[in-house]
Each structure stands twice: as C-alpha cells, then as structure tokens.
Design a protein around this ligand. Sequence first.
Ligand code: 13P
Length: 335
Amino acid sequence: MKTKELSNTIKSLLAGDKGLLAMDESTGTCNKRFEEAGIPQTIEYHRAYREMIVTAPGLGKCISGAILFDETIHQATKEGVLFIDILKKAGIVPGIKVDEGTTDLAGFPGEKITLGLDGLKERLARYYQLGLRFAKWRAVISISSVLPGRGCIEANMHALARYAALCQEAGIVPIVEPEVLMDGPHDLKKCFDVTSRVQHVLFDQLYGQNVNLKYLILKPNMVLPGLSNPKPASIDKVAEATVNCLLQSVPAMVPGIAFLSGGQSAELATAHLNAMHVNFKGKLPWALTFSFARAIQQPAMELWKGKDENVAVAQKMLYHRASLDNAARRGEYTP
Ligand code: 13P
C-alpha cells in the first residue's frame, strides 16, 4: 500500500481549518438543480458553472480538496486550462466521485444499492494517472416506519468497504459516505439510532475487508430530525447528538470526519459544525470538518443564474460560504 502518499493526501485534506467542496453532482442531479434555478441544462452550462467555481478567487485558502464528477475532469476553462490543473495550482487536491449512482435493491422495496464496483480497479488506476488523489462513494439509507432493512444496510456498507479497499490499493484516499437521508417525519432519536447502526455495520465491514482506518475519511450525515418533522431541534442538541453518535461508533484511528450537508440550509449546516467545535473543543479524537455540496454552492448558483455578468458576485458568495465554514471549524462562526 502507498501509505506515505495516502498519509500525505490526508494531511493536505484535513489541513488547518479547511474542508472539502463536493462539486461532483452527476449530470442528472446537476440538471435538476439548474432547472430549479432557471439555468439551461446543457453540458456547456455545466462546464461554465464549474469554471465559475474552480476559478473563484481565494478558493484555495478555504478549500483543501474538491470532489469532481467524471464529466468535469476532462473539462477546461474557456482559455483551455484543465480544471484539474487550476485546482492543483490553487493548492486544492482534486478528487473524484467513483460510484455510479443508485438503483433499487432487489428484495428490499423502497431501498437503494449503490453501483460501481465492476471495473473500479481499472478506473481508479486511470484516475490516479490523471492526478486524482482521493475518491468518494455514497451509499444512501432511508428512514421510514419500517426502513432501513438490515439487508440494505449490510449490502451498502459491504460495497463501501470493497470500494475503500480498492482505493487504498490504488494510492487514492477513500471518502466513505454512508448517508442517512433527512426525508421523512422521524425525530432526532430515530436518526441517531439509524445512523449509529449504519456506522457500526460500516466499521465492521471495513474491518472485514482489511481497510486501514488510518487512511480514510468518513463522510457522514449529521444527526437531525426528519425534514417533515414539525419539531425542530436546537443547534446545540444536533451538535451533541451528532458527536455522541460518532463517538460511539467511529474508532479513534480514523483521522478525519467531513460532514455532508444533506439538504440543510447553508446557515444551519455551518452553525451545526460550529457548535460541535465550541461544545467539544479538545475532546475529539478525529478532525471534524466539512464536505458540503449544497451548503456551499447553492447560494452561489442562485446568484450566478447561468450569466457571465454574475460570475464575480457568485464567486464572492462561494468564497464567503466556504470561509464561514472555516470559521465553524475553529468554533468562531457567528451568523
Ligand atoms: P450535500 O452537502 O449537498 O449533502 O452533498 C454532499 C455530497 O457529496 C453528497 O454525496
């Protein structure tokens, strides 16, 4: 295993108060978000949007790594400079989403399994050659009165462990993302119980597949009440539940945890991360950071609207959100 290289990549990704930017929306997801924002859904607009992001002034001061979608790694600015090269020049490690989305899991109505293990070894070798040094695989788990089923959790966590082992073998740091979705009326306690179960199974599977916990980053959901639960939880309560859940299930050897935002507003995602740092300062075995997509990009996308004349103001917003997340990592965020 290329342990020195994996270790250096992790050091770069977790450095200082920086975090990750997930800009790896698949074509379908990107089109959906563009449609909602009134932006034309074409490959050229995807490219222009990603150009706006990677060329945002100062991005490298806030962001340590950017997760890209396969479409993006071959794209370049209008002047012909590859996005990967722009990121590297800004001191941002380029990474790649390697799962191939989800499909219905046979035998488990309403549940999904993530695809992408076939041919992954070869794809990882190619991505390594292109200079990509970390990867992401997302598993999704739904909550309802009867979900999630044990078989769904086991199949998804097994796939995550197989992926992580292949990444480490290729010299690529795996970002391991078991996302418990926010949809539903469930309460915070239910999210805590499901997230805890999922993470326990995940670490059992990682152990079973000989994945070295020193060379991965966990990307979990925060512990929150469901989106349609009418009773909101306080910021401190979410921070406490999230950290306690992680303390129960994530071994101290894991170097870092980088949260997804999962559909929370940008402000709330930042406030929750901040409260974790304020309330648990000096008490956590791992670095706690962010790997947000919507909570960094959404406000900028709404300003950009697909228009050249809005690029500068959208870039400022992107930088603003990312720098607030840096403040949250220091426990110094004020809304
Ligand atoms: P959100 O922060 O929008 O949840 O996205 C994170 C991500 O990478 C999902 O896979």
